[in-house]
Design a binder for this molecule. Sequence first.
Ligand code: FE2
Length: 393
Amino acid sequence: MIILIIILIISSIGWLYILCRLLNRVAAMSDKLISLTLFGGIFLLFTPFLFYFWFLKLKVFTSGFYFLNSGEILNQSPLSSVFILIGFFAFAGELIRRKIIEKLKKKSIGKICRLQSTKNVDCSNFFPKKAPWKYIYKIALLIPGNKIRKLFLHNHKIHLQGKVNCQIRIVHITDVHFVERISGEYYEKMVATVNECNADMILFTGDFLQNSDAVSKLKPIFSKLKAKSGIYFVCGNHDIWHKKIHEKTTVEMLEKIGFVHLNGIIEKVQINGDKIYVAGTEQPWIKDNIAGNLAAIPDDSFVILLSHTPDNIHRIPLRNIKLILSGHTHGGQNALPGLGPLIIPSKYGSAHASGYVKVKNSLLYISRGVALHHPLRIMCPLELACIDIDSIK
Ligand SMILES: [Fe+2]
């Protein structure tokens, strides 16, 4: 009986992987489907377990406890056996796939990137103070593995091969999802933490706001950000959606406080005597000519590309792109202990959940972001990245 229940649980998780891979593909196709998929996903998580519960009940009802006790259940119902076996092999296959991806990542990234230090900011004082959110966050904090208590600032050093000398410090911020139920002090603290990095550039990869009417509240906080060679951004799917329904857009507000919008364009930046390019794309939500613009600058240029979705690494010619910064996936928002995240709005699933990915000569960094608008982030800590880039001819 116990062995059968274990097999059914493993098989259920296998079916979860199958359904979530389908969901991830749907979520990667359209921003309108993302919310639907994420909500649908919550219900979907229970379906394999419900199916097996129904199956067990049915067997108990029709055949009594005899089959369950004897372990002959698989022989008695060929169709159910096929379902159980598919789930079982899907579980094993996905675990092997994830292990291989992890090993390949370590092998290709290990020599290029090094984590130098980590700081953290306590977020517990910034949680909602009013009901019902106050109680929702309190209950959510009781769930083991929920990582909303701390915002981490990771300092990485990366060595990139290039034909341009370049030693710069950038700070990458993504998926702020500014929301009024979270105290403004959280965003103030984030800005102060970023300013302490004394970065050459601050680079945003979208999803600034959760609700568009909070634009005016974000402005005085973000105007305090400081970077020696500028602050650059692209929009995320949330910002683009708000832009379509409201006159006062996030883009207007950010441009007013001096941020540079990289909607398919490239800016030349002079840092410590080194010339680099910073580019941005909002594809697939907004069409642009980023590929043409990249082709117009020399092959040996040093380009940092901002892209809300990490999937653009497979859509855009990488010729002179050394580093791509992305967000969008929130690290999957929630992950199963030991099994990783399930619902990731990327065509490439868990491979694009978070961290570094190497594709040809380009390095992609996917941040889990700083969004505190949802009270659940199981095994997905909040993060800011301070990256020291070291490229030598
Ligand atoms: Fe987001």
